[in-house]
Design a protein. Structure first.
Length: 145
């Protein structure tokens, strides 16, 4: 279950933007729309809607999720000198050459995880996967450039 997903400096997103599945209380109004989580005080929405004006970034948010998914699934096949098919926010000259960041929080097998990735077209600067067994943060994997 995805808790939230954040991106920064990707396609039309200059500053960090977050897509959250976290439900706000009160939880008793429409409980059929909520998912229980292993964390007592955290409920997630079963569905969300992304809406906005034309050209406001709706498709780009989905592209960001797809980009991260493909990067993770195909990472074993990537060669060390292979460039990433990454398009940063191009309307700011400074950000055009800056890193892009992705951050996702999710549950898998009743355990909360956080995966964070910072990269540009040519390299990964920072990557980590943390998990929270019994709500205590543990480092599963870290990579720094």
């Amino acid at each position: 279950m995805i808790i939230d997903f954040s991106i920064e400096n990707f396609l039309s997103f200059k500053e960090q933007q977050t897509l959250s599945f976290v439900a706000e209380p009160p939880y008793d109004i429409h409980p059929e729309h909520l998912l229980d989580t292993p964390e007592k005080d955290l409920k997630l929405l079963k569905t969300i809607v992304i809406y906005g004006a034309n050209a406001s970034g709706k498709s780009n948010f989905l592209s960001a999720i797809h980009f991260l998914k493909q990067l993770i699934l195909n990472s074993a096949e990537n060669k060390p000198d292979e460039k990433f098919d990454l398009i940063p926010f191009l309307l700011d000259k400074e950000l055009k050459n800056s890193a892009t960041s992705f951050d996702i929080n999710f549950f898998c097998n009743e355990i909360r995880y956080n995966y964070s990735l910072v990269l540009d077209k040519s390299q990964v600067f920072h990557e980590h996967l943390n998990y929270y067994p019994k709500n205590i943060k543990k480092y599963f994997q870290q990579r720094f450039k």
